[in-house]
Design a binder for this molecule. Structure first.
Ligand code: AMP
Length: 398
């Protein structure tokens, strides 16, 4: 099913309507103070559009894991305060999620005013996608907008169920995820190159499998590479091994060969005697890792090879570091790939988590076309899985 045809807020007539917006306000709070309001800031374009177009805006989100009970430690109060500052107007906070207070305040909203509901996970039905709760959410509003990409892979009442009862659309954040990730999967500028790293093959098997069907080149680095080496019969010393997936690795390489997909593995590695930041290390070719040594980064020849390959990309998708990038001695491969992507003219899509952190730390964030706002959701999107929070949204009119 295509995700590219979903309605966006600009397809809705929002003037004078009560619009329920599922946001991702799952910010870190310490002693009642928000330590980073990045997620609140990311939500502002959608909220501002709705205010500017005369909607009565009803925002909701989860915050932490209160597990279906009302716990003041997880109240949205700090978010309401933060939002009020950013928007330069009062954001009212309901005392409950779908109760009397939410209904009273929602009913009294004037055009362009903003209300925030309490933490949706105070309701036990939320994570069960309980239809009764979904109906209660729907009874607060005329329209539903989902803009919480990070929660799109979960079928909960506020992320999916409510869309059964209201006309719906995606907000700007999800629209951008669909445009870039959905676009890369369905209609990429070619060659399409995926760079996949990180620790576990098992976490990314689905992604590799799906991308073999779509990509021209797949580049594998990080701890994952050693399971592929094992499948090729190389000795890998004490490197990370996902024993259960050696056979899968073999099959994936065979599938890539059959489909004519370039499947690039490291040709050299930085290996170390221990899993430690200051471990003794040296460079070695991939088929000769000695006993007692472990691969902790791709080597410089590989880094150059990967960067060169990336230069030819029309679209590049990157998920997962090329080595233990948290430690300087084993970060060079990840830095080289990040730089290679930044220097290329390709449409560049970074799939959250460690790769996004590396890109940001190196100051390359502005050079990327898209850095995904949802780690788990972006992986499931790349796996070709249907995301309930997007699947539930109305299609554009024919
Ligand atoms: P993931 O969450 O699967 O993207 O994995 C990210 C983690 O993989 C990071 O914490 C890296 O330190 C780790 N990693 C990457 N390469 C290696 C390697 N060669 N050996 C051990 N850990 C690695």
């Amino acid at each position: 099913m295509s995700t590219l045809n979903k309605k966006t807020i600009e397809d809705l007539d929002v003037k004078g309507k009560r619009v329920l917006v599922r946001c991702d306000f799952n910010v870190k709070i310490e002693n009642g103070v928000i330590t980073s309001d990045k997620r609140v800031v990311a939500s502002l374009p959608t909220i501002r559009y709705l205010i500017d177009h005369g909607a009565k805006v009803i925002l909701c989100s989860h915050l932490g894991r209160p597990k279906g009970t009302v716990d003041p430690a997880f109240s949205m109060a700090p978010v309401a305060e933060n939002l009020s500052k950013h928007l330069g107007m009062e954001v009212k906070l309901a005392k409950d999620v779908v109760g009397e207070s939410a209904h009273e305040l929602a009913a009294s909203l004037k055009d362009g005013e903003v209300l925030l509901l309490e933490n949706v996970r105070f309701e036990p039905g939320e994570t069960k996608n309980d239809p009764e709760l979904s109906k209660k959410f729907a009874s607060l509003a005329d329209l539903y907008v989902n803009d919480a990409f990070g929660s799109c892979h979960r079928a909960h009442s506020s992320t999916a169920g409510v869309a059964d009862y209201l006309p719906s659309a995606v907000g700007y954040l999800i629209q951008k995820e669909i445009q870039f990730i959905g676009g890369a999967l369905e209609n990429p500028k070619r060659p399409l190159i995926a760079v996949l790293g990180g620790a576990k093959v098992s976490d990314k098997i689905g992604v590799i499998n799906n991308l073999i069907d779509k990509c021209d080149t797949i580049i594998i680095g990080g701890g994952m590479a050693y399971t592929f080496f094992k499948a090729l019969g190389h000795s890998i010393g004490t490197s990370l091994l996902d024993e259960e997936n050696v056979e899968n690795a073999k099959q994936m390489m065979a599938k890539a060969r059959e489909k004519g997909v370039n499947f690039l593995l490291p040709v050299d590695n930085i290996i170390a005697t221990d899993y430690a930041a200051d471990a003794t290390n040296m460079r070695i070719y991939s088929d000769s890792i000695p006993d007692g040594w472990m691969g902790l980064d791709i080597g410089p020849v590989t880094a150059e090879l990967f960067a060169k390959s990336i230069q030819k990309a029309g679209t590049v998708i990157w998920n997962g570091p090329m080595g233990v990038s948290e430690w300087d001695n084993f970060a060079q491969g990840t830095i080289a790939v990040a730089k290679g992507i930044a220097d290329s003219n390709a449409i560049s899509i970074i799939g959250g988590g460690d790769s996004a952190a590396a890109i940001t730390k190196l100051g390359f964030a502005d050079k990327m076309s898209h850095i995904s706002t949802g780690g788990g959701a972006s992986l499931e999107f790349l796996e070709g899985k249907e995301l309930p929070g997007i699947a539930c949204i109305d299609e554009k009119d024919a």
